[in-house]
Design a protein around this ligand. Structure first.
Ligand code: UVW
Length: 310
């Protein structure tokens, strides 16, 4: 299939919708009413951490992206020598983490991907320099991302533990899963799509297979992402979209149009298994979703530990 991201981008564009200076895109769909509605979905007092551990066992293969490196800058050994400093009983442990912001559970911000020299809302690509992104950076999402969350468990919908490498999830699948689960997608929702790809990685620990391709959505889902007016879309795989892609000559077309034209923040490598089990048990697929970004000035993405509150 030949994919023309320029044509798709024109068709599914939110440029100008929230003003010429907007840098937040679809998170603008989260209104005060929406926020209140999301709080009302917390009924049984249960919280799910949707972040994968930030440690050396992550899925990254390097050298482009590595797993987090955690270092202690003050530990018990240092503290022993502090005894001589005469500061009383206080002891301190400090640490550092060195990691790509895109190596584990993360948001892809609106300056993460572009094409044709322009970022979301017509911002020149020249505004992204070694100093960071001047516009559309992830810190501009500092008040979010909190809203009603909806899980679409595509793996359960299809009756499998996980979908296969290269398996396409269509807009009809997204609608089919929602209908089967008895949930409707509403404007301002954060939609979480479970493919089972993370489940597979947890079971077999095979980084090469996890990173070497994945089940995911394709360009057929772009109108769905656009017309549903969702605030953000996240998945348990590493790139949201199907890999290998539908056109070998066009890398990551969903990223291109979703981020640059729709202005949609994408979430990747979410751990959705415990939440999915709970939703299957009680039949409730809506919850309050909380995924605040780290306000790293000028960053194009953010590591997160998103929460689902039921
Ligand atoms: C790219 O960085 C291109 O992909 P991802 O957002 O999936 O990490």
């Amino acid at each position: 299939m030949a994919i023309d991201v320029f044509a798709l981008g024109k068709q599914y564009s939110n440029w100008g919708k929230w003003g010429a200076d907007d840098e937040r895109g679809t998170t603008n769909y989260i209104t005060p009413e929406k926020l209140k509605q999301s709080a009302a979905t917390v009924r049984k007092g249960k919280v799910f951490s949707l972040g994968i551990p930030f440690d050396a066992n992550g899925p990254q293969l390097g050298p482009f992206r590595n797993n987090p490196v955690h270092l202690m800058s003050l530990d018990g050994g240092d503290n022993a020598s502090w005894t001589a400093r005469g500061i009383g009983p206080l002891r301190v442990c400090d640490d550092w983490v060195i990691m790509p912001l895109q190596c584990a559970t993360q948001w892809d911000g609106l300056a993460h991907v572009y094409y044709g020299d322009y970022l979301y809302n017509g911002v020149s690509a020249a505004t992204v320099t070694s100093a960071g992104a001047e516009k559309n950076s992830i810190d501009k999402q500092g008040e979010g991302i909190v809203s009603r969350g909806v899980l679409l468990d595509i793996a359960r919908y299809k009756g499998v533990d996980w979908l296969k490498h290269g398996e396409l999830i269509t807009a009809a699948d997204l609608d089919g899963a929602a209908a089967k689960q008895g949930v409707t997608i509403e404007p301002g929702d954060v939609v979480l799509m479970r493919t089972g790809w993370r489940t597979k990685y947890v079971q077999d620990g095979n980084r090469n297979e996890f990173m070497g391709g994945e089940p995911g959505i394709g360009v057929d889902a772009l109108p769905w992402l656009y017309e549903k007016q969702i605030a953000a879309f996240a998945s348990d795989n590493w790139a949201v979209e199907v890999l290998p892609g539908e056109d070998a000559a066009v890398a990551l077309p969903v990223h291109c149009v979703a981020i640059r034209d729709i202005g949609l923040t994408l979430g990747e490598m979410f751990d959705l298994d415990a939440l999915a089990d709970d939703c299957a048990e009680d039949g409730v697929y809506e919850f309050q979703f909380m995924g605040p970004v780290l306000k790293v000035t000028g960053a194009v993405g953010s590591p997160i530990n998103p929460l689902a509150l039921k």
